[in-house]
Write a protein of this length. Structure first.
Length: 275
């Protein structure tokens, strides 16, 4: 919408018919106002913090569930059910103010992990599923997005060079100069959108976590090819895997809490004012 607003504003200054000029100017104003409205409501820091808290609680509950069904970590001792209730209550109380936000959201299906869960089932449903169905897929998806944004930046840069050269070659090229400013605005908007999406950061963290989980699983299996694992060793494996997933989630959410320059728009020209 920022790029479209810049294009509409430039178009309004070049159209020969007043009705079309007014229509283009109106479209530019509506687009810029919409950008500001979306920024203050749908993507405001308050909404982002709410979503991050909900995500944190969700991942925390999932970690507790897997530790519980494996009877690892705090659930190795007596009264694991009571401990689970207490720990779930702490997480739920911390996000009690978000219940109205999630009141109309129902899960598609209920998929509680089996209780108790065997080690092979845990490695298959939790560890390998996270590696293959989440981290690897997400890393590839984010990498494709980075590539697409970089290609768009490159294409716009080439277009900007062509328009810049064209605008300085003759007296009939004056109408081209404002469009070079629009391209500059578009490049800045695409770059800001790429930064705001944290796509490059997520490629790195998703890949690193997948590799860590693979390393933990492979090391455990190599160590116990000829002998069964003790309860202590199983506890260490599960705790390390859950810690790796938790660290990735916390790092990911911390990164999203950092402010990033908005791809908003002040003006289509001059280029020095474009964000």
């Amino acid at each position: 919408m920022s790029i479209a607003a810049a294009a509409a504003a430039t178009l309004a200054s070049q159209l020969p018919w007043p009705p079309f000029q007014r229509a283009a100017s109106f479209a530019s104003a509506v687009l810029m106002a919409t950008v500001a409205l979306v920024g203050r409501t749908k993507t405001s820091p308050e909404r982002l913090r709410e979503w991050l808290r909900a995500r944190s609680a969700s991942e925390g509950l999932k970690t507790e569930a897997y530790l519980f069904v494996m009877r690892c970590g705090p659930y190795r001792e007596d009264e694991p059910h009571l401990k689970l209730s207490d720990r779930v209550a702490v997480i739920a109380d911390a996000t009690r103010d978000l219940t109205t936000v999630a009141a109309d959201i129902l899960p598609a299906e209920s998929r509680p992990p089996p209780d108790p869960m065997s080690l092979d089932t845990y490695l298959q449903q939790r560890v390998r599923s996270q590696i293959n169905e989440y981290y690897r897929k997400k890393a590839a998806q984010e990498a494709r997005r980075v590539s697409a944004y970089r290609s768009a930046e490159f294409g716009l840069a080439i277009l900007g060079v062509v328009l810049g050269v064209w605008s300085g070659t003759g007296e009939h090229s004056a109408p081209i100069a404002p469009w070079a400013a629009v391209v500059t605005t578009a490049i800045a908007a695409v770059a800001a959108h790429l930064a705001a999406g944290r796509h490059e950061y997520q490629v790195t963290t998703y890949t690193a976590t997948a590799l860590q989980l693979e390393r933990l699983s492979a090391r455990f299996q190599d160590r116990h090819r000829d002998r069964p694992a003790t309860p202590q060793e199983i506890d260490e494996l599960v705790t390390e895997c859950e810690a790796a997933i938790s660290v990735e989630n916390q790092g990911w959410m911390t990164q999203w809490e950092k402010p990033v320059a908005s791809p908003g728009l002040r003006s289509a020209a001059p280029p020095s004012e474009a964000e």
